[in-house]
Design a protein around this ligand. Structure first.
Ligand code: PEP
Ligand code: MG
Length: 587
């Protein structure tokens, strides 16, 4: 962090979602709570109890308010997730335990309450009952809120945000980002994170400018300051001077004009100068993304991350609810198709209600298809819903995180059993569908030729493919410099998959974040990728890039860069091509 003259504070991080925005800083401090260990006298016990009761009351009111807000925005069913939080607030045994310890330990209510709530949560976690284990997360969540009230800290809930809020937080889980008030939040900044963390991906999808990797900024800044966030350069300026605000205002204007110009490409196709077409489709996480599909000119949905339907709730969506949601997604993509990626929970997409224990290496652990093959009940319900929603439509089903041939065979076997069941039950279901697999684990990419005869398509998940090939945690800003999409190994893996696909007449897409980066369009085009799927906001830019390039020239470019040994050299070549053909997109 560097302080500039005139009281401006410049913070530099990693730009993850483009756009320049100016607003008021809102520091979210939910993650870390320092709890004072203050001794008290016997005479103070009554006062401490009164303080705690007041905090409980405030917490109860806040939860009811959130519930009310959520039931009008996302429906009563989802808002009911806070019922469990209310139960914690109203739990008299918790209060009794605190009172007892106030007397026996003579320490302040904050400290006593904190330790008792941690112990409660811990004992819940240890019980051999998935339901009770899940309650541990509720206890921790609600006790954070109670402590914030007790210590007088403002726990900023999304619903209390003012207009033009720029959020600064230590971290934001994808589930937090999913509940942000899109009308009020115009920028996101976090201490942690990297380009391919799911929060960054969502910010891009929602067109919210974002900067991550700001180290410890959230601990040093206070809410209320004026702030400029530059999502192109990864800069956050607190207390900008008039001159700085003016300059950024002009930059905003310039980018706005460019976006308006790009908007006109909506109805055009991504066809190169030498007439080679690439399909451009959209990635979808939240229902809100659906409205953007038509606006962006996407040719279908190349990745629907179904796991977001399972987040921020305590119950699992049943078959009917899933059918209803999936039908909406199919409708939004019409007349084009949707790739339904089956549940990909785990990693940084933590879903509280699914019994996934804390793991030492969540990205290498029990996630995605590994979870689904073990929890066949959940997997089958989802597959039934997808197949039923797809009755009389053309749909695509794709399995994530497959690392072995056997996993693909097992997943396809379960899909077939679901289709047989639906047939026996005479329930209408899809008959026109394709089955594909994500190529995001290097082991599968290496045996792509073995996989091709068993799938209709493959989609390369570069976010994970890079993470696993280069041994770089995709969410860790400390090693972000090693996260290199242009690493020669990545180039080789993509080439291997595309070539194997084309030999076997199977089309190949890219649905990781590489697909939306215009710097990398020459690379993916030259490698022969058939489809690029990205956050809707990025589609016009990539369309323009493809339209300005020549496919044959890009094929030749690949032959040249295949001989290079470093990511930096390859990137330099690509930068040259990109700034020659579409300088206005390279900021
Ligand atoms: C990927 O890994 O590239 C991908 C598209 O999936 P996700 O980002 O959801 O892991
Ligand atoms: Mg992935």
């Amino acid at each position: 962090m560097a302080s500039e003259g005139s009281g401006e504070i410049h913070l530099r991080g990693i730009p993850v979602s483009p756009g320049v925005t100016q607003g008021k800083l809102v520091v979210l401090s939910r993650q870390e709570i320092s709890v004072p260990k203050r001794p008290i006298t016997e005479a103070e016990i009554g006062g401490e109890i009164a303080r705690l009761e007041k905090a409980l009351l405030e917490t109860r009111q806040q939860i009811l308010k959130i519930q009310k807000h959520l039931s009008s925005s996302i429906g009563e069913k989802d808002a009911s997730i806070f019922d469990a939080h209310l139960l914690v607030v109203e739990d008299s045994s918790l209060m009794e335990a605190v009172k007892k310890q106030l007397h026996s330990r003579l320490l302040c209510a904050d400290y006593v309450f904190f330790h008792i709530s941690q112990r409660y949560a811990q004992s819940m976690r240890e019980v051999d009952d998935p339901y009770l284990q899940e309650r541990a997360a509720d206890i921790l969540d609600v006790s954070r809120r109670i402590l914030n009230n007790l210590t007088g800290k403002v726990a900023t809930d999304h619903y209390t945000l003012e207009d033009n809020s720029i959020i600064l937080s230590h971290d934001l889980a994808p589930s937090d980002t999913a509940t942000l008030d899109r009308q009020k939040v115009i920028g996101l900044a976090t201490d942690l994170g990297s380009r391919t963390s799911h929060t960054a991906i969502m910010a891009r999808s929602l067109s919210i400018p974002a900067v991550v990797g700001l180290k410890d900024a959230s601990y040093n800044m206070e809410s209320g300051a004026d702030v400029i966030l530059d999502g192109y350069e990864g800069i956050v300026i607190i207390n900008p001077s008039e001159q700085t605000s003016f300059e950024y205002g002009q930059l905003q204007e310039k980018h706005h004009e460019l976006e308006v110009g790009l908007g006109e490409l909506r109805t055009t196709e991504a066809i190169t100068r030498d007439n080679h077409k690439v399909i451009i489709s959209a990635n979808v996480e939240l229902p809100e993304d659906l409205a953007l599909i038509e606006k962006s000119g996407a040719e279908g949905i190349g990745l629907y991350r179904t796991e977001f339907l399972f987040m921020n709730r305590l119950d699992l969506p049943d078959e009917d609810e899933q059918i209803e949601t999936y039908q909406k997604v199919i409708q939004a993509a019409m007349p084009n198709s949707v790739i339904f990626r089956t549940l990909d929970i785990g990693g940084d997409k933590i879903v509280d209600n699914m019994g996934i224990p804390d793991e030492l290496n969540p990205f290498l652990g029990w996630r995605a298809i590994r979870y689904c093959l073990e929890r066949e009940d959940i997997f089958k319900t989802q597959l039934r819903a997808i197949c039923r929603a797809g009755a009389n439509q053309h749909i695509r089903i794709m399995f994530p995180m497959v690392s072995t041939f056997e996993e693909l065979r097992l997943a396809k076997g379960i899909l077939q059993s679901v289709l047989d069941e639906l047939q026996n039950e005479k329930k209408p279901h899809c008959s026109d569908f394709e089955v594909g697999v994500m190529m995001e684990v290097p082991s599968l990419a290496m045996i792509a030729d073995h996989i091709v005869p068993h799938v209709d398509f493959m989609s390369i998940g570069t976010n994970d493919l890079i993470q696993y090939s280069l041994a770089v945690d995709r969410t860790n800003e400390k090693v972000a410099y090693l996260y290199q999409p242009t690493h020669p190994a990545i180039l080789r893996l993509i080439k291997r998959v595309v070539d194997a696909g084309h030999i076997g007449n199977v089309w190949v897409g890219v649905c990781g974040e590489m697909a939306g980066e215009v710097l990398l369009t020459p690379l993916l085009l030259g490698l022969g990728v058939d489809e690029l799927s990205m956050g809707s906001a990025l589609i016009p830019r990539v369309k323009r890039a493809v339209q300005r390039l020549d496919h044959n020239e890009m094929t030749t470019l690949i032959e040249e860069i295949e001989h290079l040994s470093t990511a930096a050299e390859i990137e330099q070549k690509l930068r040259l091509v990109a700034s020659q053909h579409y300088p206005e997109l390279m900021n």
